[in-house]
Design a protein around this ligand. Structure first.
Ligand SMILES: Cc1cc2nc3c(=O)[nH]c(=O)nc-3n(C[C@H](O)[C@H](O)[C@H](O)COP(=O)(O)OP(=O)(O)OC[C@H]3O[C@@H](n4cnc5c(N)ncnc54)[C@H](O)[C@@H]3O)c2cc1C
Length: 273
């Protein structure tokens, strides 16, 4: 059966004899999509409930920054309205003893809620600088478009290329990896956060403009008091084994923070030791 072009009144088929059949159907709905944009991640309420039941909010608080930490991967289900934040929060409170054990987890849910409230109140902020950059650079100093080597995962910074490939292959990135990639794009390559944010939204299964764009602005410092910068030592601490963190393959990010600050933000006063 040939699917009809997608429109607001199209009722999508739900009956498929195999996942391949479903993928073919969806692919035919989006003939303009490039490449094989199917991921291993599964959608639907059953999968959302399974992810929720596997969540461990107390362990999350202690391990969430590590690549193999107990993150939930609930974001695609939340973004697409399959599960809501209240349900996730109530589940966390039910699973933990004292509510403090769920504090860090619920705080992260709170960020999502906060970003959405800000977007509702100020939709114009989604794509414009909320505040000036605190980097010593002017907006005009940043490139408008994403360089081809970033879009192609060939920057030559092995850890960053590894994260970008992971984004392409899975439609997901750990929060810490999103921070590294965004910081690399905006601060190490001096590209406008808008270009990076639009690129992420094309690839993330959980693509959500308020969470994504305000996070990019937070990294960029247009919605924060200072820019977020990382170095190889930090990536190696949290992601060793998940991406290539050998110094010889990551020269551009292999420096101490004062040296990086002097290199990336030469117009700012030197950092206090
Ligand atoms: C540059 C950048 C871009 C981002 N883009 C998106 C996006 O497009 N869509 C999106 O849902 N999140 C985005 N985030 C926030 C966060 O990275 C993801 O929500 C999280 O990594 C999703 O994985 P998870 O479900 O395993 O999260 P977990 O760590 O298990 O957290 C549980 C839930 O809390 C919420 N949450 C956690 N951290 C954040 C956060 N920092 N901000 C807002 N909500 C949070 C999410 O709904 C998430 O599903 C972005 C963060 C950064 C730094």
């Amino acid at each position: 059966m040939t699917p009809t072009p997608f429109s607001s009144c199209t009722l999508l088929r739900k009956d498929f004899s195999s996942r391949e059949e479903l993928i073919d159907y969806v692919r035919a709905l989006s003939p303009q999509a490039e490449g094989d944009a199917s991921y291993a991640a599964l959608g639907g309420a059953t999968q959302a409930r399974a992810a929720l039941s596997a969540a461990d909010p107390a362990l999350y608080g202690r391990t969430r920054n590590y690549h193999d930490g107990k993150v939930t991967r609930l974001s695609p289900y939340i973004t697409h309205g399959i599960i809501d934040l209240n349900t996730v929060r109530n589940d966390a409170l039910q699973k933990t003893g004292p509510p403090e054990q769920a504090y860090k987890f619920i705080q992260e849910l709170g960020w999502r809620d906060f970003w959405h409230r800000v977007a509702r109140q100020h939709p114009e902020w989604l794509w414009s600088d909320i505040e000036p950059y605190k980097t010593g650079w002017q907006p005009a100093d940043y490139a408008d478009h994403l360089p081809a080597d970033i879009a192609g995962a060939t920057t030559g910074v092995a850890a960053i290329d590894g994260f970008i490939r992971q984004l392409f292959e899975t439609g997901y990135l750990h929060n810490h990896a999103r921070m590294y990639v965004a910081s690399y794009v905006v601060h190490f390559r001096r590209v406008k956060w808008q270009a990076g944010a639009a690129w992420f939204l094309q690839h993330l299964l959980d693509g959500d403009a308020p969470s994504n764009n305000f996070s990019w602005q937070w990294i960029a410092s247009t919605f924060a008091a200072k820019p977020y910068v990382f170095n190889l030592e930090n990536v190696a601490k949290y992601f060793a084994g998940a991406v290539d963190t050998r110094p010889g393959n990551n020269r551009a990010i292999d420096a101490e923070y004062p040296a990086l600050a002097a290199l990336l933000f030469p117009h700012l006063p030197p950092q206090a030791p």
